[in-house]
Design a protein around this ligand. Sequence first.
Ligand SMILES: [Fe+2]
Length: 491
Amino acid sequence: MKQAVNRIASTIVYPTENPYLNGAWKPCDTEWTASTPDLQVIGEVPRDLNGVYLRNGHNPVHESIGKYHPYDGDGMVHGMRFRDGAATYTNRWIRTTGFLAEQAAGKSLWPGIIEPRRATRRGWGSIGAMKDNAGTDIIVHAGKVIVAMSQCSEPYRLDPLTLETLGPDADWARSVGTRGICSHFKHDEHTGHMTFFNYGEEPPYMNYGVVDRDNKLLHYVPIDLPGARWPHDLGLTENYSILHDLPLFFDPEGLKKDQHRLGFHRDVPARFGVIPRFGGNADVRWFEAEPCYLLHLSNSFEEGDDVVMDGCIQRNPIPDLSALPREGYARMNALLDMHQQQAHMHRWRFNLKTGQTKEETLDDQVTEFPMANGRHGGRPYRYSYNALPARGFWLLEGLKKYDFQTGASQTWMPDKGSYVSESPFAPRDNSQGEDDGYVVTFLTNTETGKGECALLDARDISRGPLCRIVLPHQVPTGAHAYWAPDSMLAA
Ligand SMILES: [Fe+2]
């Protein structure tokens, strides 16, 4: 089968100089369902890989109100289902309330994240000033895909195979109210729990919650913070979650006047709150650390009295833009440049006995979008699979595998003009080790205009893809990805 199921004509006006609407970022306009053998396969689809690779991203339909930012576009999920040596590609827009409203109107109704209406944004999506596109994060929990956007939004659920939007999660979303959930939320493969947080500009500045394997909200508590913050991830270990209070936040005086001046406060320590999975505000142990910002964690785990957290620290989250023109895209590119942010792998150790924090640089090289074997999520682990960002622009031009036990690493760079997506580890059936399986990614090839799904041997990614499946269209560069083995697809 190779079927163009639906096409939605774009109203975006081309040519445009916006780099996030061209090249590897050019949105697609067609929803496909396409399977082998009607898709070209270079190599062989392995029979011992059974599950689905899912990648979220922003794929705008309509011409934006003002300048388009790559976080604004309508959410679209691309899925590659592997089953008994066959593969099926499916891509669908996420039918959020905002998406459907704009489809009915035939145009954009909400300005994006960098437009002046940001003054009224409250960290909320379709109920506030910004369209909820649900296009940032993606996991599978309780047998369904959950997607949401970084600004906090309704948790939308999708069928993990058809990618049909099942709607906002009505079972427990009402309990979290207009705060919604923020990317990132975490799924614990061992317990089936999903942990999450949200944040806002009025107290409580953060809430923390846990949903069980049957999709019931078990726990939802307010967390005291010194002010409005802008966190992006939370850590998960076997017994704890790790909350982030980072010195990148809006000027509190400005907020009183509805002005949103985001600043990095180099003299304010980062704080990380270790909270028992079902703990409350009084149970949080706060640990201070060097000032930093942090988007994405690779993994966290417990070791003796330590809670250990690994992720891509940013020492310079907001680069100096003063020499760059306000017109054009130089400032946007600088703000999205992971080399300017100096993102690199870092380890924090929070000692529960002494209250001390120890920090360690794991690698100086700029990497982002770290992924670990989901079975080791929250538990001791050895390997992380990170993306190597391009310079000066938001693109991922290669992969790096870390072995934290030996200090060794491997890299793989695809052909020129070809870019990877976030690339999770996918265990083979009866996997015998932490890296016994595949690393799976979508490739966006700007030279050929073709999209591919590539599988690499996780034990040696430097050999390049074992298998490439050529897709019916170019898969634009996107946001987060997830691997769900077959065992997670049934509720
Ligand atoms: Fe993220």
